[in-house]
Design a protein around this ligand. Sequence first.
Ligand code: UDP
Length: 194
Amino acid sequence: MRHITIMDVPFLFTTQKAFSSLLAERIEKKLKTFVITANPEIVMMAKENPAIKENVKRATYVVADGIGIIKASQLLNNPLPERVTGYDTMMQLLPIADKRSYRIFLLGAQQETLEKTENALKNRYSSIQIVGKHHGFFEMTSKHVTDQIMEASPDITFVALGAPRQEEWIARNLSALPNGLYIGVGGSFDVIAG
Ligand code: UDP
């Protein structure tokens, strides 16, 4: 697949819609997928912090979440088509998940926000399967959370711990996690909870 490397970070050439379809295909095939929607702050952090750079390297796909990345690609005469965000990807995957009865795990945010998010999704998508959830305030190394995900065996885990914590958590735990999609979605639960 075509990429453009900006400050050592390989960004996938894709549109928001094409990317959601690609992820849906990988879910169908039961593959393990780690997605980072990277903004300029993450690119700068990766440059300065080797641990963050390592996390970025472990991602299956890095997509451009920020106009600054798009602008940089234009300056390099290799323009990325558009922004691809965690929130929009989540919003496009949810109706597919509803139709195909995918198993969803919600990880992150405050407990109250998490519960409101679960209720909002259940109200909006009648067939959605939320197979587990956990708030976002736990030790990075806690086996309790990965065990819970293993048990729930989700097709999609939305990880809303904020950047770069969510990417660090996914990268650290990916090998212990079951196959499926793991994507950092930042403050999306706060938006959905209203
Ligand atoms: N959050 C969390 N655990 C933490 C820190 C933050 O679950 O240790 C949650 C926070 O409650 C919020 C989400 O992460 O729901 C996104 O936070 P923020 O808006 O700071 O992240 P960004 O969207 O900028 O990545």
